[in-house]
Write a protein that binds this ligand. Structure first.
Ligand SMILES: *[C@@H]1O[C@H](CO)[C@@H](O)[C@H](O)[C@H]1NC(C)=O
Ligand SMILES: *[C@@H]1O[C@H](CO)[C@@H](O)[C@H](O)[C@H]1NC(C)=O
Ligand SMILES: *[C@@H]1O[C@H](CO)[C@@H](O)[C@H](O)[C@H]1NC(C)=O
Length: 410
């Protein structure tokens, strides 16, 4: 009798415990808790995204880091007058989205606000300094979001927390970030508005580095975002939440421009790289524009990338890191190159970057009696050289044999 009671009772207790766990928020506003959130799967699988830095600064479109022009010109310059020419008359979100999709990108991040404070959406906290009140008179974020989603890509927003010349921000800064008027009246309301209005699946925090996360109230915002916002299950954020958060907190790490760790990193990270090496924002004075117009360069680059991904995407989308990240090419290669590894199910992929090889010797994957090598994209099976116990792979002459699928290796 006694024994039969024990099981139902312990079941009841665990049901109560689970029931209660459901009533309390899953994440509390501290990093220990927030850092436990699993990375939403879509982001791990998507691999490639496009970030668009676009705003009033795209009118003068000049100088290194074109989007910083107001800061270079100074507060009292006539920067704000450029907005009359920010008409966005060539803005065609449908064809942009079509191009981004052709590039193989699986998500697009669009600037909602940069450090000049101008919003590309109708923000109640940015009256007369938004793309709906002035300039294009159009909700650029909303139009971009619809076009991107219509092409089955994920949509995210880039948001700068600080603003160079905002008087409330500057007075909070003067107080040593003790006062938080700017955060309470602008940053938090704007971030929540963006989330509720556009349901972004990615929030790329920017302009966070002068002040601690406690000033920005980032932990409270993230706890709301992860517990009860309309995107609580799918949203991902970078590490831009305060001066000590970079490379430490957030769903994925941006760390720094062109971050490229040499070893496997035990947390999702991104390599964030501009197409124009001198600027994130559009620059009329970009060198190559003297040779070819900018839009055709971007078209060509993105379509080239898309072509490669179409043939070899099997090694990229939905892949996971392999136990070894990379090795230098050995064998018979035209120049220095690197073999990068990914994995999916039981297969290991070896992607050759930097040169072409006619014979490749891989030392990291160990050969077994079942080893099978396929040239991805061309679907050609290649017989490794069986006189050696190493994995020596002859490659078709002259082919851009970038990507090999290795099965039955250890
Ligand atoms: C706007 O563009 C017109 C025509 O290019 C130019 O004359 C004018 O100076 C520009 N205004 C500003 C504020 O840049
Ligand atoms: C916005 O500009 C209009 C027209 O110049 C002006 O009437 C209005 O008061 C301004 N609104 C704000 C909130 O500054
Ligand atoms: C959605 O995409 C289709 C093509 O996939 C296109 O024909 C249609 O115009 C798009 N609609 C919008 C609103 O972008």
């Amino acid at each position: 009798m006694r024994l039969t009671c024990i099981t139902p009772l312990s079941c009841l207790i665990s049901l109560l415990v689970w029931g209660c766990a459901g009533c309390t928020p899953r994440y509390s506003p501290d990093w220990t808790s927030l850092d436990k959130r699993p990375l939403p799967e879509w982001y791990d699988e998507a691999k490639l995204g496009i970030f668009i830095q676009w705003g009033v600064y795209s009118v003068p479109a000049s100088g290194k880091n074109a989007e910083w022009i107001w800061e270079r010109q100074g507060k009292n310059s006539n920067y704000q007058d450029y907005v009359s020419n920010f008409t966005a008359e060539s803005f065609d979100p449908k064809s942009w989205a079509e191009l981004f999709q052709a590039s193989g990108a699986r998500y697009v991040v669009f600037t909602a606000k940069h450090h000049d404070g101008f919003t590309n959406w109708p923000s109640a906290q940015s009256r007369n300094w938004s793309s709906v009140d002035v300039g294009p008179h159009r909700d650029l974020v909303g139009d971009m979001a619809s076009a991107v989603r219509n092409r089955s890509m994920h949509f995210g927003v880039g948001y700068s927390q600080f603003e160079w010349f905002n008087p409330d921000y500057l007075s909070d800064k003067d107080s040593g970030f003790k006062s938080q008027k700017f955060v309470d009246e602008k940053v938090i309301p704007q971030l929540r508005d963006l989330v509720i209005r556009y349901k972004p699946e990615l929030i790329w925090g920017n302009g966070y580095w002068e002040a601690p996360d406690t000033y920005w109230k980032s932990k409270d915002f993230l706890a709301w975002l992860y517990n009860s916002s309309p995107v609580k299950d799918e949203v991902v954020t970078n590490d831009g939440w305060g001066k000590d958060t970079s490379c430490k907190h957030g769903d994925f790490y941006t760390c720094r421009v062109n971050y490229m760790p040499d070893k496997l990193v035990n947390h999702k990270w991104e390599r964030c790289q501009s197409i124009d090496k001198n600027s994130w924002g559009y620059r009329k004075d970009m060198q190559a524009s003297e040779v070819m117009d900018l839009s055709s360069i971007i078209n060509e680059r993105l379509k080239g990338l898309g072509g490669w991904l179409k043939a070899n995407g099997e090694a990229i989308y939905g892949s996971r890191p392999w136990k070894v990240q990379k090795e230098d090419c050995k064998g018979n290669c035209k120049g220095k190159c690197t073999v990068w590894y990914t994995s999916k199910d039981d297969a290991v992929y070896a992607i050759i970057v930097g040169s072409t090889c006619t014979r490749l010797e891989l030392t990291e994957p160990k050969r077994t009696k079942d080893t099978k090598v396929t040239l991805v994209g061309k679907c050609i099976e290649i017989k490794p050289d069986d006189k050696s116990t190493d994995l020596i792979i002859p490659l078709p002459d002259n082919s851009n044999a970038w990507c090999l699928k290795l099965e039955g290796v250890e």
